[in-house]
Design a protein around this ligand. Sequence first.
Ligand SMILES: [Zn+2]
Length: 131
Amino acid sequence: MVRGYKQIEKGVLSTMITVSSFSAAKARRATTVYSIALSHPKNVGVRGMVQCLMPTWGMVKGFKRGSISEAEYTARYGKLIVARWSEVKRWLDSLNGNEYLCCWCITGFCHRYLVAKLIRKYRSDLEVKLS
Ligand SMILES: [Zn+2]
């Protein structure tokens, strides 16, 4: 399968998607950063915002406050993905394999985990590094 592979240097193919935090991407001087969060820091060069992967403010606030459990958050996020599926599918198909998909969270559960799972399921030709 050739689709999705991008030649970044002579003879070197990148097939690694990194799902991480803005601060980690900045530390690594990543140049292919895309935001999957509802906002992004101004000091990180963000190439684009992946709207179809963003949670809602209600989910984010509820989870931080503790009124929404990890299981509930996961269920609600799954529903969002289903509702946005045509966009999500188009985005999945467009992945080149050198993107950094970033959120503010540095550790702990958030939709980073669910996005990583989604890519592993639908783009098994790519490697996904979750941090
Ligand atoms: Zn997050």
